[in-house]
Ligand binder design. Structure first.
Ligand code: GUN
Length: 310
């Protein structure tokens, strides 16, 4: 069994740096502010967004939680975003995805001012990331790089294999790993002989959104595994497939009626040199990096230099 990479502990470290930065800005009359827009009824999204707002409060950032009805139109959302772009007290705007199906997500993400795009989803920020001048790297991808660096795990020259090509996680993670001089392979649902590629990975990123997809036979012994998946399982059959014999999880499963498994089968972690657990690995870092991006946005918008620590 490899070393557990304690994402929650590293996220707490980053958060304390953000808190210190917020305190440094306060005497100048600056309080970084985040607007979080949650339009869908998706229960997981509601949990994530509330957790983001709560973290703002804990770190001294201002926050505004906006809850349009899930019948909201693209035009109404565009008007809302226009208002947030203009607000002096808002430094970061987060449009929680997924959006209701009638809304044109792409148009909304392009309407967010790039200076306030703390999720890093606007094409301007995507382009900046590609060209090595990222103002706001997407939070999950940036969190994984922070995790590797702060855990003193080398990236340069390593073969990083990213399984999953989403705009939110897979693609930006590959770009950031490349910027750190990894050799990067991106795999996806049409990749032929996936196992032959994952077996080459020194750093294996699982961002597919399918429970337990990466199995032990797909992992090179000693590899670093970063598991981005958060999949809820609710049947006994599924539970046993991943966690049979795990007493701690068994008790939680009985109490809650469900459990969370990542995109990596727990048995695959036995092969790893180091790995992120689910939950408590990559997840907490996403929120920490969102806070870091918001503080950075507050500084950049006022022409102040980037904070040194973040
Ligand atoms: N949905 C899933 N992950 C994310 C994220 O990082 N940001 C936003 N806005 N929506 C998400």
């Amino acid at each position: 069994m490899g070393t557990i990479l304690d994402g929650a502990a590293i996220a707490a470290q980053i958060q304390s740096e953000v808190r210190a930065e917020v305190a440094r800005l306060a005497p100048h009359g600056i309080r970084p502010g985040l607007a979080a827009v949650l339009a869908s009824q998706d229960p997981a999204s509601a949990i994530y967004v509330r957790s983001k707002v709560r973290t703002c409060e804990e770190l001294g950032l201002a926050s505004d939680l906006i809850l349009p009805p899930d019948t909201v139109t693209t035009e109404e959302m565009l008007a809302l975003i226009g208002g947030l772009n203009a607000r002096e007290d808002i430094d970061g705007i987060l449009i929680q995805l997924p959006l209701p199906p009638q809304v044109q997500a792409r148009r909304l993400l392009e309407a967010v001012s790039p200076e306030k795009d703390v999720d890093g989803f606007h094409p301007v920020n995507v382009g900046r990331l590609q060209t090595g001048q990222a103002a706001f790297p997407p939070c999950t991808a940036a969190g994984m790089i922070e995790l590797l660096k702060r855990s003193k795990l080398p990236i340069a020259g390593r073969h990083a294999v990213v399984v999953g090509r989403s705009d939110i996680v897979g693609k930006p993670t590959a770009i950031l790993l490349l910027a750190e001089n990894a050799t990067v392979t991106i795999c996806h649902s049409k990749t032929r002989d996936l196992r032959a590629l994952t077996l080459q990975a020194d750093i294996l990123v699982a961002a597919i959104g399918r429970p337990g997809f990466i199995t032990a036979d797909m992992v090179k012994p000693g590899a670093v595994i970063l598991d981005v998946g958060i999949n809820r399982i609710a049947t006994r059959e599924e539970f046993d497939k991943y966690f049979a014999g795990d007493q701690r999880r068994e008790e939680l499963f009985r109490r809650r009626g469900s459990a969370i498994v990542g995109d990596v089968h727990p048995a695959a972690f036995l092969q790893a040199g180091a790995y992120t657990p689910v939950p408590g690995g990559v997840g907490p870092l996403t929120i920490a990096m969102l806070m870091a991006n918001t503080v950075r946005a507050a500084r950049l918008r006022r022409g102040l230099p980037r904070p040194e620590c973040l």
